[in-house]
Design a protein around this ligand. Sequence first.
Ligand code: EPS
Length: 365
Amino acid sequence: MSGNTFGTLFAVTNFGESHGPAIGCVIDGCPPGMALCEADIQADLDRRRPGTSRHVTQRNEPDTVEILSGVYEGKTTGTPIALLIRNADQRSKDYSAIAQSFRPGHADYTYWHKFGIRDPRGGGRSSARLTAPTVAAGAVAKKWLAEKYGVSFRGCMTQVGDLPIPFESWEHVPNNPFYAPVADVSALEDYMDALRKAGDSCGARIRVTASGVPVGLGEPLYDKLDADIAFAMMGLNAVKGVEIGAGFASVAQRGSMHGDSLSPEGFKSNNAGGVLGGISTGQDLEVSIAIKPTSSIITPRESIDTQGQPVDVVTKGRHDPCVGIRATPIVEALLALVVMEHALRQRAQNADVVQPVAPIAASAI
Ligand SMILES: C=C(O[C@@H]1CC(C(=O)O)=C[C@@H](OP(=O)(O)O)[C@H]1O)C(=O)O
């Protein structure tokens, strides 16, 4: 294994580089018989694609998906589904000045040492552009999970840099370029405009939830549902932290408060984030991630070149001052891939298990 395939039963192999001819993925293990067309996938790709506001990279990629295999007469056939997204707007000369040096905080340094060779154009394989195939695969998983179990996914930005974003309503999320759950995003716009002017970057916190997840998904020990969620999230570029449910706040909670009380009507809180003992409770899965500031910035920084000599690094080109702004659809897709994998496992092992007590309905909290 070389780290390019996610999942076993629903295995997604990602390929390509930011400035190569195309990027994409092959999904092996999608159940047959599901209606699937490009439009089902394109909607999520359009939510992630670059160049859609002044707050993100100005690289203009249509990110049009082509289904090359695995679908016949509009239905999945159970064979590998190959999804292709052509690169259309590369500007590789922006990278010539830093081809022989390392951007502080970037994978340039580790790729060079690991492989002894790297494609420096647009970050090559380490580019955030490689999140597009993840979103495409996630859209396929989301569709199957919605049709089979009624699972739905949504996410939002809850902090940009040092500016917390209060939660007002999910309704606002599709109406602004930040995926912020607030009606008025002027404070976020001002924050990002000032940051861009300063030639700097910032991090973000993203929340993602899955609703309607059946109780019982996950494994007791090494493949816990929450462990796999953390594994998936840490596989996303720039992620430095993952929280499930109350997360780090649970350190300061008392047991009398943290444990979610049960009633015949449902759970009374969701500190567990929808997972107990590595297995889904039927409540919403609640995940938050911390994304670091983008490493490609125009502010000069101290570094070294490939000969070990000191250099000042200035990154030219078209970059996201906050990669978190476009992260929400990616994080939803990753959660969908994890739930898909565990839903297929559960179907394989426990489809005939008779519940001694019917699972309680997910609470309305
Ligand atoms: C193109 C995308 O984002 C890119 C992510 C990226 C990086 O280094 O991660 C660098 C930039 O690429 P380039 O310099 O090649 O234009 C971004 O524009 C995308 O998300 O589709």
